[in-house]
Write a protein that binds this ligand. Structure first.
Ligand code: NIG
Ligand code: FE
Length: 418
């Protein structure tokens, strides 16, 4: 048995109370803070939280065998969860970034064969080893920014062999790296270039061949689609998500990013775990998501990097939708691995308080990948994934913006970064 004792936290943000369903409305502002907080950890599990004097007394006989971390003057919070990344791909697209800075548009670049198509060409050419070696440093960077679990989508193969390779790399990275990786199949990222003139034929392949194979492989828990004009229509998206569901892959959707297109409504209809982006979501879509408890995964870095107005996080929270945050780490629309920066942006561009940004990046982000029962808060029985932040109170998290406040990351009860 190994013991770890974290003590003297200026603020221990347990974010307790929302493990069975995500936090909504005013619950998103409640961090269940313990001042002079302490956490007792045995092996990879949280055993108890409380004040430092209380836990020191209670665990007095085991304390001598424990590793002790003094968090004096600091904030202790749950490990951050990133529920939407395109982690595994080859190459990079700073050339398109430079074109966009001179007026080119993201969707136009893609329609002309760049964008997702460009990364697909590079990824199709890459071996397992190349994909692994290019993707692993991204996980190192996530860890340094306090992230202990990430979701990872396929979608730069768009033929089964390459989609599978991407998911195998994600799985191997999850096994080798201290950060946990959760797999999502996204064969329906765009219509593969070679099916440009017959998109329905590609949808048939996704539905009839790739989805059953993805489910069978055990490499993915979720099935995602990019529902947007010029990519997948609402009808195609519904068909793809329902097919996934029939094979046991839970639906997720890239919805209403560029224009209102009915993606949020589809998410509610098919019982999606999350609908992501939502910059242009309709009021009806938000209402339906709130009724069904679909998590809104908002990606403020994508809006920032594409130089567009961010999603209205305030409005989503006030409508009763559970909100989560993510980097959307990908080479085209958001090449950042900094969840803390996303939290800064959530406050400064989406009207979210620091407390709401923290809830959105911990317990609600865990719910967005169906992990709310095991991670995302500091509660007895949960996996011991915690971060000690170099700030005296949680308001400074998004007030001191653009700074990585990570002091120490603890993953499964072990110091993973210090
Ligand atoms: O979430 N919207 C679609 N997919 C990604 C972008 C992928 C890329 O540009 O390579 C996104 O923004
Ligand atoms: Fe994405």
């Amino acid at each position: 048995m190994s013991y770890l004792f974290i003590k003297n936290a200026n603020e221990l943000l347990t974010v307790a109370g929302s493990s069975s369903s995500p936090a909504v409305r005013e619950q998103m502002n409640e961090l269940s803070i313990i001042e002079d907080g302490a956490v007792w950890i045995e092996n990879d599990r949280i055993v108890e939280t409380g004040t430092t004097p209380d836990l020191e007394k209670k665990y007095a006989d085991k304390l001598r065998q424990a590793q002790v971390i003094d968090a004096k003057g600091k904030v202790v919070a749950p490990g951050l969860v990133d529920p939407h990344t395109h982690l595994v791909f080859a190459g990079s697209r700073e050339n398109e970034y430079n074109m966009r800075l001179q007026g080119a548009k993201y969707m136009d670049i893609m329609e002309q064969g760049g964008g997702i198509h460009a990364t697909t060409r590079a990824t199709r050419k890459a071996s397992f080893e190349q994909l692994y070696n290019e993707s692993r440093p991204r996980l190192d960077s996530f860890l340094k920014h306090g992230v202990t679990t990430v979701e990872a989508k396929s979608g730069y193969g768009m033929d089964w062999e390459v989609e599978k390779r991407q998911m195998e790399v994600a799985k191997k990275l999850g096994e080798d790296h201290i950060v946990d990786v959760v797999g999502t199949f996204m064969g329906a990222h765009v219509i593969a270039e070679e099916y440009k003139d017959d998109p329905e034929a590609f949808v048939d392949i996704v539905v009839n061949d790739m989805i059953p194979a993805a489910a069978e492989s055990g490499l993915a828990e979720f099935n995602d689609v990019f529902c947007e004009r010029g990519v997948y229509t609402p009808d195609q998206s519904r068909r793809i998500l329902e097919a996934g569901r029939e094979h046991g892959l839970l639906p997720k959707i890239h919805a209403d990013e560029i224009e209102p297109y009915g993606g949020a409504e589809i998410a509610a209809e098919v019982g999606a775990v999350s609908a992501d982006h939502l910059l242009k979501v309709s009021d009806q879509g938000l209402k339906m998501m709130a009724e069904k408890g679909v998590v809104a995964v908002l990606l403020p870095g994508t809006a920032f990097f594409l130089m567009t107005e961010a999603a209205d996080g305030r409005k989503a929270i006030d409508a009763g939708v559970p909100v989560a945050l993510s980097t959307d780490r990908n080479p085209g629309s958001s090449p950042s691995t900094s969840m803390p920066f996303m939290m800064n942006l959530a406050s400064l561009t989406m009207g979210m308080t620091p407390a709401e940004a923290i809830t959105a990046s911990t317990i609600n982000a865990a719910h967005a990948i169906r992990r709310g029962e095991t991670i995302g808060s500091i509660e007895a029985g949960k996996q011991a994934d915690l971060v000690i932040w170099n700030i005296p109170n949680h308001l400074q998290f998004t007030y001191l913006y653009g700074i990585n406040h990570t002091a120490t990351v603890i993953k499964r009860g072990r110091i993973a970064f210090d």
